[in-house]
Design a protein around this ligand. Structure first.
Ligand code: FEO
Ligand code: CA
Ligand code: CA
Length: 656
């Protein structure tokens, strides 16, 4: 979803902090940056890290005539030659290349638990929503299961539901703000039940993918799911509230944007825009450091959601610790629906987009994440313990103990992962950090102090399983000015975003994800801005989520291209190596008003799942005025956020 700008005060603090750590500071123009970067490339070209490609060129689109008969010349097709062109127009439909088909697998309101009624949007109830697929789907994981009947494939779809929109869910509201002020308690309860997460068994027959009410189906919501805290912050006084004096459990999860899958097959999903749920000022008597914490996390802004009017725990003046109980990574086991999900505090608290895991050669688990706000950070977490591939249960608490780092990119192309470790680099009691729990709870403020690099809104951060290089989707930052450019965020008024490539050092046959020293490169700039070369209408802009296929191609979803490059949001694919590195090819266009989220392949890469989030939505939209009626086309019904399955019509793998 889109972001309002966070705190002016934190931007000021942030600039001061980084200007101390990152001297000499940024050049003033994009040309300066390009010059500096090319100089660096000369400097590095004899080194171990050969940085090939198209750094600092605007996103270059595929021009298929440049690819000479690749079917015969190469063992596989390149991204540019995988399929034909896609209509980039803003339509109320999903556009695909010739030879592909898409079907809706799950849409908002589909009953997924036993006893749940069919969706009746005009007579929706909390009880119904608790057994139905939630609203505004985002992250998708697919967990394959053994086929047991006549189906061709069987698996679990694990799907986030990021946020609710009253004016698009209920009748009679003019726009989002109107609904914010006027929704009833019953409607607000329905909204809380509609966010969170769904687990749904799906089966593929010759008729396509269909949901089943399987024994593993599950809803996790903000309304009534009990979630346990674990790790260094569990039980901390700053998590204790009147409703939970133990500080060890909380009702629900919210703002669930993207996520990840652990090497032992559990699901991670993240809590992103937590500040949109809380209202009010802290009590005057409250400790001063808590005031700094709340300001740094944007809690003083007016919320987007109405829950504080009906549920006291969202009122900061009455329950000032409740907001500290959100902003974490939630882990659950999709094979054990009877076990409560767990918030793993060791990974730190911020407005977290995703948590992408990679198993390092050493056996340590490494988790990459971004904090999706203007001038926020990229983080890495490294487990203390080693993954046990033989006994799954030995990994149950592996995420409870590890080290958290923030990325600092220097303009010479080096990247240092700076530890957020209590007692070092200013993370001391004098700064309000009594112990490591305080550092984790206020990871943003800790990252300010140690001098992390302030990025252009980090969304997904994905490791490439083939090369080990790590790619951060930096979606945009219109507040970046010529005065605060740096090499890794080189564009003023960055409306269309860019992709940052982070390169771990080589080790043996692969790379070392535990190293503190990487290098970085700008993989591609999104869109085309004034004074830049305009390559093609297929140019990527506003990267958000990403995934890789088995060949190491990068598949990127977008959020916001309707505003920037005036085409539908969708999916792009590119090579990350070779002569076509970073050349973008559009794969999907999603319906008007929607963003494309949660790209996910089945292991055989025959099916590509994609979430269509908020079709028809903009600030002023309502059920009556929506520009979209996707996917049903009925003008009397609201559009439905939904997960779709995309396949080739002949059933062959998408990536071959
Ligand atoms: Fe919810 Fe960062 O997108
Ligand atoms: Ca986004
Ligand atoms: Ca996102």
């Amino acid at each position: 979803m889109g972001r309002r700008r966070n705190l002016a005060t934190h931007s000021l603090e942030a600039t001061e902090a980084s200007s101390v750590k990152n001297e000499p500071r940024a050049p003033n123009t994009l040309n300066d940056v390009i010059e500096r970067r090319w100089s660096r490339r000369d400097f590095l070209k004899d080194g171990a890290m050969l940085l090939s490609g198209l750094a600092l060129a605007p996103s270059v689109a595929c021009v298929t005539t440049q690819v000479s008969n690749p079917r015969n010349a190469r063992p596989r097709r390149t991204a540019c030659d995988l399929f034909g062109p896609v209509d980039p127009s803003i339509l109320d439909s999903v556009s695909l290349p010739d030879g592909f088909r898409a079907e809706v697998v799950l849409a908002w309101g589909d009953p997924i638990l036993p006893g749940a009624p069919e969706f009746d949007w005009k007579h929706q109830s909390v009880e119904a929503q608790c057994g139905q697929f939630g609203y505004n789907c985002d992250f998708i994981a697919y967990i394959p299961l053994e086929a047991t009947g006549d189906e061709l494939e069987r698996g679990l779809l694990c799907v986030n539901h990021e946020y609710s929109v009253g004016s698009m869910m209920f009748e009679g509201y003019k726009d989002r703000r109107d609904a914010f002020h006027r929704v009833t308690k019953e409607e607000a309860d329905i909204e809380r039940a509609s966010v969170g997460h769904s687990v749904v068994e799906i089966r593929r027959t010759s008729d396509g993918w269909q949901p089943h009410k399987g024994a593993l189906n599950r809803r996790i919501s903000l309304y009534d799911t009990e979630i346990i805290f674990s790790g260094p912050v569990a039980g901390n006084p700053r998590l204790q509230t009147e409703f939970d004096p133990s500080g060890r459990k909380v009702i629900g999860t919210l703002a669930n944007c993207s996520g990840g899958v652990t090497p032992w097959g559990t699901i991670l999903f993240c809590e992103e825009n937590i500040n949109d749920y809380f209202s009010g000022d802290l009590p005057k008597s409250h400790e001063e450091r808590e005031r700094a914490n709340f300001q740094r996390y944007g809690m003083h802004e007016s919320p987007r959601y109405p829950h504080y009017r009906y549920e006291e725990r969202f009122q900061l003046d009455k329950h000032p610790h409740e907001a500290n109980r959100f902003g974490w990574v939630v882990e659950y086991d999709p094979m054990r629906p009877e076990v409560a999900p767990v918030k793993r505090t060791s990974l730190g608290r911020f407005l977290r987009e995703a948590s992408n895991c990679v198993l390092d050669q050493s056996g340590h688990v490494v988790v990459y994440s971004g904090d999706d706000d203007y001038f926020e950070y990229i983080y890495k977490w490294v487990s203390h313990r080693i993954f046990d591939p033989k006994t799954r249960s030995n990994n149950v608490d592996l995420l409870d103990s590890g080290d958290l780092f923030v990325a600092r990119c220097e303009d010479d192309g080096s990247l240092e992962w700076v530890p957020l470790q209590h007692g070092f680099a200013g993370l001391t009691p004098e700064q309000g950090f009594v112990d490591q729990a305080d550092v984790l709870l206020e990871a943003r403020r800790a990252a300010d102090i140690v001098g992390g690099t302030k990025m252009d809104r980090p969304e997904d951060v994905e490791p490439n399983p083939k090369t080990g290089r790590v790619y951060a989707m930096l979606t945009k930052n219109k507040y970046r000015s010529a005065e605060n450019l740096d090499g890794s965020n080189p564009r003023a008024n960055n409306q269309a975003g860019h992709v940052l490539e982070m390169i771990p050092p080589s080790k043996g046959e692969g790379v070392d994800h535990t190293s503190r020293q990487y290098t970085w490169d700008v993989f591609t700039l999104g869109g085309v801005q004034e004074g830049e070369h305009a390559p093609h209408e297929n140019t990527l802009a506003n990267p958000d989520n990403a995934t890789f296929d088995r060949f190491g191609r990068l598949w990127i979803s977008s959020d916001g291209t309707q505003d920037t490059i005036k085409t539908a949001d969708g999916i792009w694919v590119c090579e990350t190596e070779g002569p076509e590195r970073a050349k973008m090819k559009r794969f999907v266009s999603v319906p008007i008003g929607a963003e494309a989220t949660g790209p996910c392949f089945t292991p055989n890469e025959d099916t590509f799942f994609l979430a269509v989030q908020h079709p028809g939505h903009h600030r002023k939209s309502s059920v009556a005025s929506s520009t979209s009626r996707w996917p049903h086309g009925d003008p009397e019904r609201p559009p439905l956020p939904a997960v779709i399955a995309i396949r080739r019509k002949d059933g062959s793998p998408i990536t071959l």
